[in-house]
Write a protein that binds this ligand. Structure first.
Ligand code: NAD
Length: 288
Protein backbone atom coordinates (compact mmCIF):
# COMPACT_ATOMS: atom_id res chain seq x y z
CA UNK A 1 0.00 0.00 0.00
CA UNK A 2 1.16 3.49 -0.81
CA UNK A 3 2.01 5.90 1.99
CA UNK A 4 -0.50 8.73 1.80
CA UNK A 5 1.08 12.15 2.25
CA UNK A 6 -0.64 15.53 2.58
CA UNK A 7 1.45 18.68 2.25
CA UNK A 8 0.36 22.29 2.84
CA UNK A 9 1.66 25.29 0.88
CA UNK A 10 2.60 23.50 -2.37
CA UNK A 11 2.26 26.34 -4.90
CA UNK A 12 5.95 27.23 -4.47
CA UNK A 13 9.17 26.63 -2.58
CA UNK A 14 9.78 23.76 -0.20
CA UNK A 15 6.21 22.41 -0.40
CA UNK A 16 6.30 22.26 -4.19
CA UNK A 17 9.70 20.54 -4.30
CA UNK A 18 8.71 18.01 -1.67
CA UNK A 19 5.44 17.22 -3.47
CA UNK A 20 7.27 16.69 -6.77
CA UNK A 21 9.97 14.50 -5.22
CA UNK A 22 7.54 12.26 -3.34
CA UNK A 23 5.05 11.99 -6.20
CA UNK A 24 7.82 11.05 -8.64
CA UNK A 25 9.40 8.48 -6.36
CA UNK A 26 10.78 5.72 -8.61
CA UNK A 27 9.19 3.02 -6.45
CA UNK A 28 5.85 4.84 -6.39
CA UNK A 29 5.89 4.58 -2.63
CA UNK A 30 3.76 7.65 -2.04
CA UNK A 31 0.37 9.04 -2.93
CA UNK A 32 0.72 12.78 -2.56
CA UNK A 33 -2.04 15.27 -1.84
CA UNK A 34 -0.39 18.58 -2.63
CA UNK A 35 -2.55 21.32 -1.17
CA UNK A 36 -2.50 25.04 -1.82
CA UNK A 37 -4.56 28.04 -0.81
CA UNK A 38 -5.08 29.22 -4.34
CA UNK A 39 -5.63 26.56 -7.01
CA UNK A 40 -4.99 29.06 -9.80
CA UNK A 41 -1.33 28.75 -8.81
CA UNK A 42 -1.15 25.05 -9.58
CA UNK A 43 0.56 25.48 -12.98
CA UNK A 44 4.05 25.63 -11.53
CA UNK A 45 3.59 22.35 -9.71
CA UNK A 46 2.06 20.71 -12.79
CA UNK A 47 4.90 22.07 -14.91
CA UNK A 48 7.45 20.52 -12.53
CA UNK A 49 5.63 17.19 -12.80
CA UNK A 50 5.82 17.13 -16.62
CA UNK A 51 7.05 13.82 -17.92
CA UNK A 52 6.64 12.22 -14.53
CA UNK A 53 3.81 9.88 -13.55
CA UNK A 54 0.71 11.73 -12.45
CA UNK A 55 -1.30 8.98 -10.76
CA UNK A 56 0.64 9.56 -7.56
CA UNK A 57 -0.35 13.23 -7.25
CA UNK A 58 -3.59 15.02 -6.48
CA UNK A 59 -3.89 18.75 -5.98
CA UNK A 60 -6.42 20.04 -3.46
CA UNK A 61 -7.42 23.49 -2.29
CA UNK A 62 -6.55 24.18 1.33
CA UNK A 63 -6.17 27.47 3.13
CA UNK A 64 -4.69 26.69 6.54
CA UNK A 65 -6.50 29.67 8.06
CA UNK A 66 -9.88 28.32 6.93
CA UNK A 67 -11.05 25.38 9.00
CA UNK A 68 -13.72 24.35 6.52
CA UNK A 69 -11.23 24.18 3.66
CA UNK A 70 -9.00 21.91 5.78
CA UNK A 71 -11.93 19.60 6.53
CA UNK A 72 -13.03 19.61 2.87
CA UNK A 73 -9.52 18.64 1.73
CA UNK A 74 -9.38 15.91 4.36
CA UNK A 75 -12.68 14.49 3.15
CA UNK A 76 -11.41 14.29 -0.41
CA UNK A 77 -8.62 11.84 0.43
CA UNK A 78 -9.83 8.73 -1.39
CA UNK A 79 -7.73 6.33 0.70
CA UNK A 80 -9.54 7.63 3.81
CA UNK A 81 -6.27 7.60 5.69
CA UNK A 82 -3.13 9.66 5.99
CA UNK A 83 0.32 8.35 6.83
CA UNK A 84 2.36 11.52 6.62
CA UNK A 85 1.16 15.06 7.29
CA UNK A 86 3.52 17.86 6.28
CA UNK A 87 2.69 21.29 7.74
CA UNK A 88 4.74 23.60 5.59
CA UNK A 89 2.64 26.66 4.72
CA UNK A 90 4.06 29.83 6.21
CA UNK A 91 4.70 33.52 5.65
CA UNK A 92 7.23 36.04 6.90
CA UNK A 93 6.83 39.53 8.33
CA UNK A 94 9.82 41.85 8.35
CA UNK A 95 10.28 45.43 9.50
CA UNK A 96 10.47 47.61 12.62
CA UNK A 97 7.93 46.38 15.13
CA UNK A 98 6.40 49.82 15.70
CA UNK A 99 5.06 50.01 12.12
CA UNK A 100 3.38 46.58 12.08
CA UNK A 101 -0.40 46.74 12.06
CA UNK A 102 -2.38 44.48 14.33
CA UNK A 103 -3.90 42.89 11.23
CA UNK A 104 -0.59 41.99 9.65
CA UNK A 105 0.71 40.55 12.93
CA UNK A 106 -2.52 38.62 13.39
CA UNK A 107 -2.23 37.25 9.86
CA UNK A 108 1.27 35.85 10.47
CA UNK A 109 0.15 34.14 13.66
CA UNK A 110 -2.99 32.84 11.93
CA UNK A 111 -1.05 31.25 9.09
CA UNK A 112 2.13 30.09 10.80
CA UNK A 113 0.87 29.14 14.23
CA UNK A 114 -2.87 28.53 14.21
CA UNK A 115 -2.74 27.30 10.60
CA UNK A 116 -0.26 24.60 11.58
CA UNK A 117 -2.14 23.71 14.74
CA UNK A 118 -5.57 23.48 13.18
CA UNK A 119 -4.24 21.39 10.30
CA UNK A 120 -2.78 18.94 12.82
CA UNK A 121 -6.05 19.01 14.82
CA UNK A 122 -8.04 17.99 11.75
CA UNK A 123 -5.91 14.90 11.06
CA UNK A 124 -5.06 13.87 14.59
CA UNK A 125 -8.10 11.72 15.49
CA UNK A 126 -7.64 9.57 12.38
CA UNK A 127 -3.91 9.18 12.97
CA UNK A 128 -4.49 8.24 16.60
CA UNK A 129 -7.10 5.67 15.57
CA UNK A 130 -4.60 4.20 13.07
CA UNK A 131 -1.93 4.10 15.83
CA UNK A 132 0.49 5.17 13.18
CA UNK A 133 1.67 8.29 11.42
CA UNK A 134 4.19 11.01 10.87
CA UNK A 135 3.77 14.74 11.35
CA UNK A 136 6.52 16.80 9.74
CA UNK A 137 6.66 20.53 10.23
CA UNK A 138 8.84 23.00 8.34
CA UNK A 139 10.57 24.79 11.18
CA UNK A 140 12.94 27.70 11.08
CA UNK A 141 16.15 28.64 12.84
CA UNK A 142 14.07 31.78 13.54
CA UNK A 143 12.03 29.48 15.78
CA UNK A 144 15.11 28.65 17.83
CA UNK A 145 16.76 32.04 18.21
CA UNK A 146 15.52 35.58 17.78
CA UNK A 147 16.28 37.80 14.79
CA UNK A 148 15.92 41.59 14.79
CA UNK A 149 13.09 42.99 12.65
CA UNK A 150 11.45 39.54 12.66
CA UNK A 151 9.85 39.66 16.11
CA UNK A 152 6.41 38.41 15.16
CA UNK A 153 7.68 35.87 12.62
CA UNK A 154 10.09 34.47 15.23
CA UNK A 155 7.33 34.49 17.84
CA UNK A 156 5.15 32.39 15.50
CA UNK A 157 7.97 29.95 14.80
CA UNK A 158 9.03 29.73 18.47
CA UNK A 159 5.40 28.95 19.27
CA UNK A 160 5.38 26.10 16.76
CA UNK A 161 8.38 24.60 18.56
CA UNK A 162 6.38 24.56 21.78
CA UNK A 163 3.30 23.09 20.17
CA UNK A 164 5.29 20.36 18.41
CA UNK A 165 7.37 19.48 21.45
CA UNK A 166 4.23 19.16 23.53
CA UNK A 167 2.52 16.98 20.94
CA UNK A 168 5.59 14.80 20.40
CA UNK A 169 5.54 13.75 24.05
CA UNK A 170 1.92 12.65 23.91
CA UNK A 171 1.96 11.14 20.45
CA UNK A 172 4.79 8.73 21.30
CA UNK A 173 2.03 6.76 22.97
CA UNK A 174 0.18 6.50 19.66
CA UNK A 175 3.16 5.53 17.50
CA UNK A 176 2.95 8.92 15.80
CA UNK A 177 6.27 10.66 15.22
CA UNK A 178 6.52 14.44 15.17
CA UNK A 179 9.57 15.98 13.48
CA UNK A 180 10.63 19.56 12.89
CA UNK A 181 12.79 20.21 9.84
CA UNK A 182 14.69 23.31 10.92
CA UNK A 183 15.69 25.43 7.92
CA UNK A 184 18.01 28.39 7.66
CA UNK A 185 17.77 30.54 4.52
CA UNK A 186 16.34 28.64 1.54
CA UNK A 187 16.04 29.81 -2.08
CA UNK A 188 12.27 30.02 -2.48
CA UNK A 189 9.59 32.66 -2.98
CA UNK A 190 9.71 33.30 0.77
CA UNK A 191 11.41 36.70 0.43
CA UNK A 192 8.96 37.69 -2.32
CA UNK A 193 5.91 36.46 -0.44
CA UNK A 194 6.79 37.88 2.95
CA UNK A 195 5.21 41.08 4.21
CA UNK A 196 8.17 43.39 4.29
CA UNK A 197 8.42 47.08 5.15
CA UNK A 198 10.41 48.56 2.25
CA UNK A 199 12.93 51.28 3.02
CA UNK A 200 10.92 53.87 1.07
CA UNK A 201 7.65 52.99 2.82
CA UNK A 202 5.85 56.03 4.26
CA UNK A 203 5.15 54.16 7.51
CA UNK A 204 8.89 54.42 8.24
CA UNK A 205 8.62 58.21 8.58
CA UNK A 206 7.48 57.72 12.17
CA UNK A 207 10.52 55.57 13.00
CA UNK A 208 13.67 56.99 14.64
CA UNK A 209 16.84 57.29 12.58
CA UNK A 210 18.86 54.83 14.68
CA UNK A 211 16.30 52.08 14.03
CA UNK A 212 16.22 52.95 10.33
CA UNK A 213 20.00 52.73 10.09
CA UNK A 214 19.98 49.35 11.77
CA UNK A 215 17.10 48.19 9.57
CA UNK A 216 19.05 49.14 6.46
CA UNK A 217 22.02 47.15 7.76
CA UNK A 218 19.77 44.23 8.55
CA UNK A 219 18.35 44.22 5.01
CA UNK A 220 21.88 44.23 3.56
CA UNK A 221 22.84 41.37 5.86
CA UNK A 222 19.73 39.48 4.85
CA UNK A 223 20.43 39.93 1.14
CA UNK A 224 23.99 38.73 1.49
CA UNK A 225 23.00 35.74 3.60
CA UNK A 226 20.41 34.71 1.01
CA UNK A 227 22.94 35.23 -1.79
CA UNK A 228 25.80 33.39 -0.14
CA UNK A 229 24.38 30.83 2.20
CA UNK A 230 20.85 29.95 1.10
CA UNK A 231 20.16 26.29 0.48
CA UNK A 232 18.20 24.95 -2.48
CA UNK A 233 14.86 23.31 -1.90
CA UNK A 234 16.39 19.98 -3.05
CA UNK A 235 18.71 20.07 -0.01
CA UNK A 236 15.71 20.57 2.26
CA UNK A 237 13.76 17.80 0.54
CA UNK A 238 16.64 15.36 1.24
CA UNK A 239 16.29 16.07 4.95
CA UNK A 240 12.52 15.52 4.77
CA UNK A 241 13.23 12.19 3.07
CA UNK A 242 15.66 11.19 5.83
CA UNK A 243 12.95 11.84 8.37
CA UNK A 244 10.31 10.03 6.30
CA UNK A 245 12.49 6.99 5.67
CA UNK A 246 13.85 6.63 9.18
CA UNK A 247 12.10 3.92 11.20
CA UNK A 248 12.47 6.10 14.28
CA UNK A 249 12.78 9.71 13.18
CA UNK A 250 14.40 12.38 15.34
CA UNK A 251 12.34 15.22 16.77
CA UNK A 252 14.58 17.88 15.20
CA UNK A 253 16.48 17.82 11.95
CA UNK A 254 18.82 20.66 10.95
CA UNK A 255 19.12 21.17 7.21
CA UNK A 256 22.53 22.82 7.47
CA UNK A 257 25.35 23.08 9.95
CA UNK A 258 26.26 26.67 9.01
CA UNK A 259 23.96 28.22 11.57
CA UNK A 260 24.77 25.67 14.26
CA UNK A 261 27.35 27.70 16.24
CA UNK A 262 24.90 30.56 16.91
CA UNK A 263 22.09 28.18 17.73
CA UNK A 264 24.48 26.36 20.06
CA UNK A 265 25.37 29.64 21.73
CA UNK A 266 21.71 30.19 22.48
CA UNK A 267 21.37 26.79 24.12
CA UNK A 268 24.61 26.45 26.06
CA UNK A 269 25.54 30.01 27.01
CA UNK A 270 23.68 32.63 29.01
CA UNK A 271 21.26 34.46 26.72
CA UNK A 272 23.38 37.63 26.66
CA UNK A 273 26.11 35.82 24.70
CA UNK A 274 23.70 35.00 21.92
CA UNK A 275 22.25 38.49 21.86
CA UNK A 276 25.59 40.27 21.54
CA UNK A 277 26.99 37.67 19.11
CA UNK A 278 23.98 38.00 16.80
CA UNK A 279 24.09 41.75 17.03
CA UNK A 280 27.74 41.68 15.92
CA UNK A 281 26.97 39.33 13.05
CA UNK A 282 24.15 41.47 11.71
CA UNK A 283 25.15 45.02 12.59
CA UNK A 284 28.95 44.51 12.86
CA UNK A 285 30.28 48.06 12.36
CA UNK A 286 27.89 49.65 14.88
CA UNK A 287 28.59 47.25 17.68
CA UNK A 288 32.35 46.93 17.73
P1 NAD B 1 7.23 30.07 -0.13
O1 NAD B 1 6.69 31.43 0.09
O2 NAD B 1 7.73 29.70 -1.48
O3 NAD B 1 6.18 28.96 0.32
C1 NAD B 1 5.22 29.15 1.34
C2 NAD B 1 3.91 28.58 0.85
O4 NAD B 1 2.92 28.73 1.86
C3 NAD B 1 3.43 29.33 -0.39
O5 NAD B 1 3.13 28.38 -1.39
C4 NAD B 1 2.19 30.05 0.10
O6 NAD B 1 1.22 30.20 -0.90
C5 NAD B 1 1.74 29.12 1.20
N1 NAD B 1 0.76 29.76 2.09
C6 NAD B 1 0.80 31.02 2.62
N2 NAD B 1 -0.33 31.25 3.31
C7 NAD B 1 -1.08 30.12 3.23
C8 NAD B 1 -2.36 29.75 3.73
N3 NAD B 1 -3.10 30.58 4.45
N4 NAD B 1 -2.82 28.50 3.43
C9 NAD B 1 -2.09 27.65 2.69
N5 NAD B 1 -0.90 27.95 2.18
C10 NAD B 1 -0.40 29.18 2.45
O7 NAD B 1 8.40 29.89 0.94
P2 NAD B 1 9.10 28.58 1.54
O8 NAD B 1 10.46 29.01 1.90
O9 NAD B 1 8.92 27.41 0.67
O10 NAD B 1 8.27 28.40 2.89
C11 NAD B 1 7.84 27.16 3.38
C12 NAD B 1 8.03 27.10 4.88
O11 NAD B 1 9.43 27.17 5.16
C13 NAD B 1 7.40 28.27 5.65
O12 NAD B 1 6.75 27.75 6.79
C14 NAD B 1 8.59 29.10 6.07
O13 NAD B 1 8.35 29.80 7.25
C15 NAD B 1 9.65 28.04 6.23
N6 NAD B 1 11.03 28.55 6.18
C16 NAD B 1 11.51 29.17 5.06
C17 NAD B 1 12.80 29.67 5.05
C18 NAD B 1 13.38 30.36 3.84
O14 NAD B 1 14.43 31.00 3.97
N7 NAD B 1 12.80 30.25 2.67
C19 NAD B 1 13.60 29.53 6.19
C20 NAD B 1 13.09 28.89 7.31
C21 NAD B 1 11.80 28.39 7.29
Amino acid sequence: DKRVVLITGCSSGIGLSLAVRLASDPDKTFKVYATMRNLSKKERLLESMKGLHRDTLDILQMDVTDRQSILDARDRIVEKRINILVCNAGVGLMGPLEVQSLNSMRHILEVNLLGTIQTIQAFLPKMKAQSQGRILVTGSTGGLHGLPFNEVYCASKFAIEGACESLAILLQHFNIHVSLIECGPVNTDFLVNLQKTELGDTSLQQVDTQTLRLYEKYLQHCRSVFQNAAQDTEDIVKVFLDAIQSPSPAFRYFTSTTGAPVTQLKVTEPDESYISAMSKIIFSTEEQ
